[in-house]
Design a protein around this ligand. Structure first.
Ligand code: HEM
Length: 510
């Protein structure tokens, strides 16, 4: 029996009539949405017609092509087959246009296109709109305001702090290996780099490495890396409303809270310090301020201080960017050196001749370790800590080979694939530091661990100093070798991680 909406028969009839209307409306909406998605996909297929990629399913995209632990390696097969760039379909009309060619990278990084909404929006609840996620005039103002925090005179004073943090980590390792010579590096190195950034940028007194509370921040960052990446790949997790209701959404919310508690505490402590007598005077006398003091003392163009929200976003951004990237860099470099004992020994000899027992490492030493620097760069090539970055095209683009894309397309610069592209690097999987020997010729955009152009990494010099200090002091104290039963599997989260940790064998040198 059918009940017409127009002829309700009592309360039951009106309820079922209403249900029919709702069903009908939902169907119409669903059809409209499907038509919209169909048209968008057709438009995209047309826009991308010059850029082939393997056949994709209209709904599941290229999902069937990839296994989670083989993604990076598998994509490299595409790099060999499809020159310069290709689209990788995620689902429906959702895709990432992957670029892995230096000429293409040069064109993209030379333009002022903003950061794309996807995937960066998933970072917002955690790090807010700080330098990494801001665009336009506000980004420009913040970049200008924060650049002096990375002035040469300031960076110089950080070398001592970096060395002290590294020594604390090495002391811990020395104790640990009396029980078990195999150590999982990533967590120790993360704590060490967090310790360093806390002391350098946030004037923190004390040692994070010895304080158990900070482990929860490191754990939260680890979880957020994983959660954001799995959200990116899951069609059902795109809506904030739905995501919040899922177990992953709740875990992500909790991890953000833990991360915020950590940064709020840092701001609170420094504000309290600045209330103490004479502290403001000390700051006024300083020629260059620390990062957090710049933020706390900042006056914007309108004469107001930085809002609490902006201040928090910058602290959250630098707390994350300033330690997770360098932790990835150092861990993978040490792994690469463990895999190549001859290069490891050559670095060690260079450092021994420079530092002797290494009791004192200074700024001047950092430019006098050419072989070690070449090895660090080669490891950053094979294991770039930031594997991908994205932009959205604010106007059409034409690449040097004549192919073009319309406005609105999201472009992902796949740094990992660029660094492994056999058309750019011969035998890309071979660890060969001589690629970075002085005088060796490279395309200006073939090696981009820190990106390039106006939105390059503001912490590049800070990071390179920290990598050098950590590698030098570690090699002076330990001989590193692999754990053949637990070789790391690189995985592209926001930062390059290993699915199963980075386990190395440590032998104390006499
Ligand atoms: C080995 C270590 C590091 C690597 C490989 C690295 C890499 C990068 C890359 C590729 C970008 C561009 C991101 C994009 O376009 O979306 C970037 C931006 C950025 N990095 Fe780093 N980074 C490292 C260390 C650091 C450190 C130590 C800090 C802070 C102390 C830092 C702070 C930032 C910030 C704030 C941005 C955004 C800059 C802007 O858009 O103006 N990074 N980094």
């Amino acid at each position: 029996m059918s009940v017409s909406v127009l002829s309700p028969t009592g309360p039951l009839g009106s309820v079922s009539g209403l249900l029919q209307v709702v069903t009908l409306l939902s169907l119409v909406l669903l059809l409209l949405k499907a038509a919209q998605l169909y048209l968008r996909r057709q438009w995209l297929l047309k826009a991308l017609k010059d850029f082939p990629s393997p056949p994709s399913h209209w709904l599941f995209g290229h999902k069937h092509e990839f296994q989670k632990d083989q993604e990076l390696q598998h994509f490299l097969k595409w790099v060999e087959k499809f020159p310069c760039a290709c689209p990788r379909w995620l689902w429906g009309s959702n895709f990432a246009f992957q670029v892995y060619d230096p000429d293409y990278a040069k064109v993209i990084l030379g333009r002022p296109d903003p950061k794309s909404h996807e995937p960066y929006r998933f970072l917002v609840p955690w790090i807010g709109y700080g330098l990494l996620l801001l665009n336009g005039q506000t980004w420009f103002q913040h970049r200008q305001m924060l650049t002096p925090a990375f002035h040469y005179d300031i960076l110089k004073t950080y070398v001592r702090i970096m060395a002290d943090s590294v020594q604390i980590m090495l002391d811990k390792w020395e104790k640990l290996i009396t029980q078990d010579p195999y150590v999982e590096f990533f967590e120790h190195v993360s704590l060490m780099t967090l310790d360093t950034i806390m002391k350098c940028a946030f004037s923190y007194q004390g040692s994070i490495q010895l304080d158990r509370n900070s482990h929860s921040y490191i754990q939260a960052v680890g979880n957020l890396n994983k959660l954001i990446c799995s959200r990116l790949r899951n069609a059902f997790y795109q809506s904030d409303f739905i995501y919040r209701l899922t177990p992953d959404g709740r875990l992500s919310h909790y991890a953000c809270q833990v991360a915020h508690q950590h940064t709020e505490q840092v701001i609170k402590l420094r504000k309290a310090d600045l209330q103490k007598e004479g502290e403001m005077e000390k700051i006024r006398r300083k020629r260059h301020l620390d990062f957090l003091d710049i933020l706390l003392c900042a006056k914007m163009e309108n004469g107001h201080s930085l809002s609490d929200q902006n201040l928090k976003a910058e602290v959250d951004t630098f707390m994350f960017e300033g330690h997770d990237t360098t932790a990835s860099g150092i861990s993978w470099i040490l792994y690469a050196l463990a895999m190549h004992p001859k290069h490891q020994q050559a670095c060690r000899e260079e450092i021994q001749s420079l530092l002797g027992d290494g009791a004192f490492i200074t700024w001047d030493h950092l430019n006098r370790m050419p072989y070690t620097t070449m090895c660090i760069k080669e490891a950053l090539r094979i294991y770039p800590p930031v594997p991908n970055i994205s932009r959205v095209l604010s106007k059409p683009i034409t690449f040097p080979d004549g192919r073009s894309l319309p406005k609105g397309i999201r472009v992902t610069l796949n740094i990992y694939s660029l660094h492994h592209n056999p058309k750019v690097w011969s035998n890309p999987e071979v660890f060969d530091p001589s690629r970075f020997a002085p005088g060796s010729a490279q395309h200006s955009h073939a090696f981009l661990p820190f990106s390039a152009g106006s939105r390059n990494c503001i912490g590049k010099q800070f990071a390179m100093n920290e990598l050098k200090v950590a590698v030098a002091l570690t090699l002076l104290r330990f001989e590193l070798s692999l754990d053949p039963t637990r070789l790391p599997i690189p995985v592209a989260e926001i930062v390059l991680k290993s699915m199963n940790g980075i386990h190395l064998h440590l032998k104390k040198l006499l």
